[in-house]
Design a protein around this ligand. Structure first.
Ligand code: HMG
Ligand code: MG
Length: 337
């Protein structure tokens, strides 16, 4: 079937998979940090608002990092108050106490620190060794928890590194345990350059379980460089993972990791999850409309296969494609099915 009924896949559940998946939307952060041009603050705020309206409940809003390192997100102070009232969790990245101070001053208590499994990327991304960066995170995690916050610990380069090549599983397990011991509430396993394959995902999750890290505390963060992100996600779901990171329209990459390309597109993820009968709370029509709108703002089409399949016209021209999709599907059409 090439034209699915009302833009949705037929739901055929697979036994053993979770009933519900929480999507951790990273488009406004991982996506926009990688744009060559800086997106105006108002456009970012509208993007976040539309993502919330599409039903996403965890939307990573921005980063309180050094503005010279990531100028695309230097407007964090201006952006956060514009979206703070949305009915969604709005985690922000903070690398150090200076970043945490900036976040707490705005009432942002859901924060994420971001470590690396490899020394090369720790140096490139944080100007620190792996252990120095863990020492930098320790007071951030402690103070965020004292403030009643929730802390996510990202770990990059879990499956491969552009400078060091293959990354041994033991190396990943060591840093994951260290993040857990600092007090992180959840971990996100990053395939920063998109080289993972499904067997590797299963092997890493199994090794982490054996090291005392329960699957319920682990999320996955795949980039789609080699087209493996959905296959890797399915492997993680079969292992019991229920938190999956994705980026609306497949925006993304990492300015400090050569060969990092876009994240798993949220639309591609939602298409697969709906087809598996897994609840996400996301309205695919509204989400596609949001990514078409954002692609229009960025002046180039979304790389997401699902966005392209559901867009009636090239998404880089403001052709009203988003409105057409909503007209065809009606608001929140999938909930009726
Ligand atoms: P540094 O140059 O070593 O900083 O950078 P420093 O600690 O030496 O401080 C130098 C100056 O910067 C000081 O000012 C600090 O106050 C100031 P001075 O005293 O000289 O006037 N400073 C700050 N100002 C504002 N906000 C701050 C801040 N921190 C220090 N937070 C630093 C170290 C960690 C700051 C820097 O390396 C940095 O900002 N790195 C962020 C890089 C980044 O955002 N990368 C992308 C996100 S990670 C990612 O994308 C991967 C992920 O998606 C998962 C995956 O795919 O794998 C999460
Ligand atoms: Mg990333």
């Amino acid at each position: 079937m090439t034209t699915p009924l009302r833009g949705l896949p037929m739901a055929v559940p697979e036994a053993g998979l979770p009933a519900r998946v929480r999507i951790h939307e990273v488009g406004a952060r991982d996506g926009l940090q990688n744009e060559k041009t800086t997106v105006p603050t108002e456009v970012k705020a509208e993007f976040v608002r539309r993502l919330a309206d599409a039903g996403l409940t965890t939307i990573e809003a921005t980063s309180f990092v050094h503005p010279k390192w990531v100028p695309q997100l230097a407007d964090a102070e201006a952006l956060f108050p514009l979206v703070a009232d949305l009915p969604a969790d709005l985690p922000v990245l903070v690398p150090n106490e200076r970043g945490l101070d900036r976040a707490l001053a705005l009432g942002a208590t859901r924060v994420a620190v971001f470590a690396s499994a490899t020394e090369s990327f720790a140096r490139a991304n944080l100007n620190r060794t792996v252990d120095e960066s863990l020492a930098m995170f320790a007071p951030v995690v402690a103070r965020a928890k004292e403030a009643g916050g929730h802390v996510r610990g990202y770990l990059s380069m879990c499956f491969g590194d552009p400078w060091e090549g293959a990354v041994p599983v033991e190396q990943v397990v060591r840093v994951c345990r260290a993040l857990r011991d600092l007090g992180c509430d959840e971990l996100s396993l990053g395939d920063t350059i998109g080289v993972a394959t499904p067997g590797h995902v299963t092997a890493l999750l199994t090794a982490l379980n054996e090291a005392g890290l329960p699957t319920g505390t682990l999320g996955v963060h795949f980039h789609d460089t080699y087209g493996q992100a959905l296959a890797n996600t399915l492997a993680a779901l079969r292992h019991g993972v229920t938190t999956v990171d994705a980026s609306a329209g497949g925006l993304g990459g990492c300015p400090f990791a050569k060969s990092a390309t876009g994240n798993l597109a949220t639309e591609d993820l939602v298409w697969m999850l709906q087809g598996l009968g897994i609840d996400t709370g996301v309205d695919l029509g509204r989400l596609v409309a949001t990514s078409v709108w954002m692609a229009d703002r960025l002046g180039r089409p979304s790389p997401s296969r699902t966005v392209r399949a559901l867009s009636p016209a090239p998404s880089h021209e403001d052709t009203g494609a988003a409105r057409d999709i909503e007209d065809r599907q009606g608001p929140r059409a999938h909930k009726e099915q």
